[in-house]
Design a binder for this molecule. Structure first.
Ligand SMILES: Cc1ncc(C[n+]2csc(CCOP(=O)(O)OP(=O)(O)O)c2C)c(N)n1
Length: 331
């Protein structure tokens, strides 16, 4: 795990590799949905690949993740296996939740992906619970909690940040500020320019940082600091990563409420090609990046085929993993 202050060429490549994996999985899911080969709810993280990858490279499998419906980038950055992810989207028995969670509720404890919620803001108190458990057990685990700018205006946000600061919980609140909460622009719902400024209200244990989430170096450095802070027991960080959502809120939303000039300006700063250019400038060749892409595409092909070939869950699975004793479940 990198711990130095600035992003070395090797660390930049690690971030780009993870971001490319996220990017290609997202493209594949959108292609499957467009062509009718997959039926699922889907919230594209297009544009938010770099910030997730730059955080992900600092975490290990024992660390925890709590994320939202728009969380596929976070789950991949946390290391969820592609086969488990694809099979869950297809509702198959081999999926991360045996096909019972579905796209909105991806959970894979082996890789630390603990909860994916569709209720805006509900993940923050859950993240506190995980972080508190690690603290009580004296475990060296960091909990990463991802949510959007819209979620930061929910009451649970305040309650969670207050408690996390009070108890110095090993948690990182990563607000992915993509400029829109569903179809409401940031400025129509929030008066303060920076969400991270709110950290000051929770006292000295909470650090607030705003960073350009599209800048791999800035995001990598800020993530390293937040992880180190949580791991060493210094307390939580409210890390606001500024970014932009290139797709509509949900798959199928044309995003007509986003002004064209704003969209075009953001697209000109698309972090994926910009980071690719930075990787090339650091000495990696086009051919090496093509090989990398081919390898990831092959992994995705394998995961998709695995999902398609897998069985659906048996009917007797329906009460399992829900009640402690499935035999005593209500009929
Ligand atoms: C408690 C609650 N209120 C409203 C909704 C409907 N809803 C779903 S997503 C969303 C916008 C959330 O925006 P943000 O937190 O910025 O996340 P983003 O989707 O931009 O990543 C809303 C209002 C919900 N799911 N839960």
């Amino acid at each position: 795990m990198p711990t130095t202050e600035s992003l070395s060429p090797a660390a930049l490549l690690a971030v780009y590799t993870l971001a490319l994996r996220i990017h290609l999985v997202d493209e594949r899911f959108r292609g499957l949905l467009r062509s009718g080969r997959l039926a699922a709810v889907y919230y594209s993280p297009r544009g938010q690949e770099i910030l997730a990858a730059a955080m992900g490279v600092h975490l290990n499998a024992r660390d925890y993740l709590v994320t939202t419906y728009r969380g596929i980038h976070d789950q991949l950055a946390k290391g969820i296996p592609l086969r488990s992810l694809f099979a869950e989207y297809y509702g198959k028995a081999t999926g991360a939740c045996k096909g019972k969670g579905g796209a909105m509720h991806i959970t894979h404890p082996a890789s630390g992906v603990m909860v994916t919620t569709g209720v805006v803001g509900s993940g923050l108190p859950i993240a506190n619970g995980l972080a508190w458990a690690s603290q009580l057990k004296g475990e060296d685990r960091v909990t990463l909690c991802c949510f959007g700018d819209g979620a930061s205006n929910i009451g649970a946000f305040h309650e969670a940040l207050n408690l996390a600061a009070l108890w110095k919980l090993p948690v990182i609140f990563l607000c992915q500020n993509n400029g829109y909460g569903e179809c409401t622009p940031y400025g129509k719902a929030t008066a303060s320019a920076r969400i991270s400024d709110r950290a000051a209200a929770y006292g000295p244990n909470m650090l607030g940082v705003t960073v350009d989430g599209n800048d791999p170096e800035a995001m990598w450095t800020a993530s390293a600091a937040a992880v180190a802070r949580a791991r060493s027991g210094e307390g939580p960080t409210l890390l606001e990563a500024k970014t932009f959502r290139f797709m509509g809120h949900y798959f199928g939303d044309p995003g007509a409420y986003i002004p064209k000039a704003e969209y075009d300006a953001a697209l000109a700063k698309d972090p994926m090609p910009a980071t690719r250019a930075a990787v090339l400038a650091s000495g990696i060749s086009e051919a090496e990046l093509e090989d990398l892409k081919k390898q990831i595409e092959a992994d995705i092909d394998d995961a998709l085929q695995f999902a398609l070939d897998s069985p659906v869950p048996d009917l007797d699975e329906i009460n399992r993993d829900i009640y402690a004793d499935p035999t005593g479940a209500p009929a």
